[in-house]
Design a protein around this ligand. Structure first.
Ligand code: 6PG
Length: 218
């Protein structure tokens, strides 16, 4: 991995700028960090014709649940993204059926390589719902998997894209902020592949949007 570190006092704004120019298949992360970026780009871009939104992962809850990544992104951006096609992971189906359902949707779309994938990172250096030392990290064939027991809160089952899909993306961008992520960032970008730090298994050219706090240990 060859990280391009972009440290600033406004990583959300930097992410919004990248999303404003995004086209094709765009895979967005859940969690809390990206919400500001989604709100910022929603205020700047109203024509999303030709954009297919995908999610890196989803919690196995209803789409209106407080832990739903879809709900967060829909309220911040997708609900106003005119012309976009949204491929929602149906978390309410549970990890097994939900992963099978989304795999069918991904196959039906032609197993697209994402033009842009925006990744978050947990304080344990997880990405998507690929948690430290999880067997799913070794999956090379299936594009989508169910995660019965996540390694971090919220402690609900998950649906996640797998590393081959992440690594096939044309543009890989991390958005990571906060002092609580500093250790994870250091482990993710140490140059050593480490299954206990799933972010370190991302390959290729990556852009890393950081604030000073998250970059503290680099
Ligand atoms: C999720 C996300 C996950 C997220 C990290 C960081 O479902 O939680 O997709 O991969 O990016 O957990 O989350 P925060 O931004 O809330 O710290």
């Amino acid at each position: 991995m060859n990280p391009d570190f972009r440290i600033s006092d406004d990583p959300a704004g930097a992410a919004a700028t990248l999303l404003e120019a995004a086209a094709g298949h765009v895979c967005i992360t859940g969690g809390s960090t990206p919400k500001e970026a989604y709100e910022l780009v929603a205020a700047k871009r109203d024509d999303w014709s030709g954009v297919d939104f995908w999610f890196t992962d989803e919690r196995c809850v209803a789409p209106d649940h407080e832990h739903s990544n879809f709900r967060m992104a829909d309220e911040a951006l997708l609900g106003a993204a005119e012309g976009a096609t949204v491929h929602r992971m149906k978390g309410e189906l549970g990890p097994v059926e939900g992963a099978a359902d989304h795999e069918r949707e991904y196959e039906a779309a032609g197993r697209p390589e994402f033009d842009l994938i925006l990744l978050g990172m947990g304080p344990d250096a997880h990405i998507c719902s690929l948690f430290p030392s999880d067997p799913a990290l070794g999956e090379h064939d299936r594009p989508v998997m169910g995660i019965e027991t996540p390694g971090m809160a919220p402690l609900v089952s998950r649906i996640t894209f797998t590393l081959p899909v992440v690594n096939a993306s044309r543009s890989i961008v991390f958005l990571v902020t906060g002092d609580d992520k500093a250790d994870a960032v250091a482990r993710a970008f140490s140059g050593r592949r480490d299954p206990t730090a799933p972010a370190s298994l991302v390959e290729g050219e990556v852009a890393v949007l950081l604030d000073e706090e998250a970059a503290r240990r680099l």
